[in-house]
Ligand binder design. Structure first.
Ligand code: 5GP
Ligand code: MN
Length: 335
């Protein structure tokens, strides 16, 4: 774990309750290139607050990705308006640093008097006025489930389904080691509340666009592995994005295929972005190879077993730097 910042003080559920209770207007935000936990967290808390009679706007820098458009109530997710919103409270969800909310989203929320920061990233420095960060939680959606049920807030169908999507996607379908009995209890409770497991899983996992598999062909052709077999990586050029008309969500989760190779400890996905930056996505199977710490060396962050970086290109340079940093970790771990 990185010690580059002091551990922020955690807000109690009661303190958060006070803020929710005594204010009427809220903007809920999540990180750029949102995933299931980001959008799921916005919809989960958003629909709960709406059912409690609050005025709520759900803003994301990049809007709603196509792969999550099936989610009940997803039409409330908006891209940022050009003028700041008249809201009292901003709530950042699932977002490790304030900057990762995006410039336009930050501008939209700039009139908020109070910031809540609810997240599960170990690298989160606690940029809110009130911070609820639980790095043991597998998903921000699980923290929200605990908050909503503890405070007795409404849990409408949109919230129920959104919590499931958030938790299922951030645990790799209830597989990663951060998945606990609490997580399965949560899922069981959502099913008792009427969640349709078959339909929602089919919408999440069996509904990919054809171009995603075409992308997979390109990635497989770039697959590389270190001689000891511990590190595997693949890469995507910006040209591929153009040729296949890809959207950012098309590559979501593909890294799990190389993470799953026997012997691989660290999996890396290098993606050339249109702004000449490189997005690096890393996964580890073993906490002794902490990819959040490796990402921190380059200004990135995330979790011990899943982390990311945005860094300067060209791709070859970014790749050489990151693979060397991983190799240093593996050598120093001595296992
Ligand atoms: P992914 O590889 O799925 O994009 O991200 C894995 C994890 O790392 C997520 O929890 C995500 O929030 C975090 N992450 C990804 N990219 C960055 C980045 O550029 N900066 C920081 N601080 N975290 C990142
Ligand atoms: Mn998350």
């Amino acid at each position: 774990m990185s010690d580059s910042h002091d551990t922020p003080r955690m807000a109690s559920f009661e303190e958060i309750d006070q803020v929710l209770h005594h204010h009427q207007s809220f903007v809920l935000l999540s990180h750029v290139r949102p995933d299931g936990d980001a959008i799921g967290s916005q919809l989960a808390l958003g629909y709960s607050l709406i059912a409690a009679g609050k005025n709520v706007r759900l803003i994301n820098e990049d809007g709603l990705p196509e792969n999550l458009a099936f989610m009940a109530g997803a039409e409330l997710i908006e891209t940022p308006p050009s003028e700041p919103l008249d809201v009292e409270v901003a709530i950042a969800l699932d977002t490790a640093t304030k900057q990762r909310l995006g410039d336009r989203a930050l501008n939209a929320a700039s009139k908020a008097k109070i910031w809540l920061n609810i997240d599960h990233h170990v690298s989160n420095p606690g940029y809110g006025d009130l911070n609820l960060i639980d790095s043991t939680s597998p998903a921000t959606g699980q923290i929200l489930y605990q908050l909503i049920t503890a405070l007795g807030l409404p849990l409408p169908a949109e919230t129920r389904d959104a919590i499931y999507v958030a938790v299922s996607t951030d645990t790799g379908s209830f597989q990663y080691p951060s998945t606990t009995a609490t997580t399965y209890d949560l899922a069981a409770d959502l099913i008792r509340r009427g969640l349709d497991v078959g339909t929602i899983n089919s919408n999440i996992y069996d509904n990919h666009p054809y171009r995603r598999l075409q992308l997979m062909c390109v990635l497989l052709n770039s697959l590389e592995r270190t001689p000891d077999g511990k590190v595997a990586s693949w890469e995507m050029r910006d040209q591929t994005r153009i040729e296949l008309s890809l959207t950012p969500d098309d590559s979501e989760g593909l890294i799990d295929y190389i993470r799953a190779i026997r012997g691989v400890q660290v999996a890396v996905f290098f993606e050339e972005l249109s702004d000449e930056k490189i997005r690096v996505s890393m996964r580890s199977k073993d906490r002794r190879y902490n990819v959040c710490e490796i990402a921190s060396e380059f200004g990135g962050g995330g979790h011990a077993l899943a982390a990311g970086i945005r860094m300067r290109g060209p791709l070859e340079d970014a790749k050489a730097l990151v693979l060397a940093a991983i190799q240093r970790r593996i050598d120093s771990a001595g296992i």
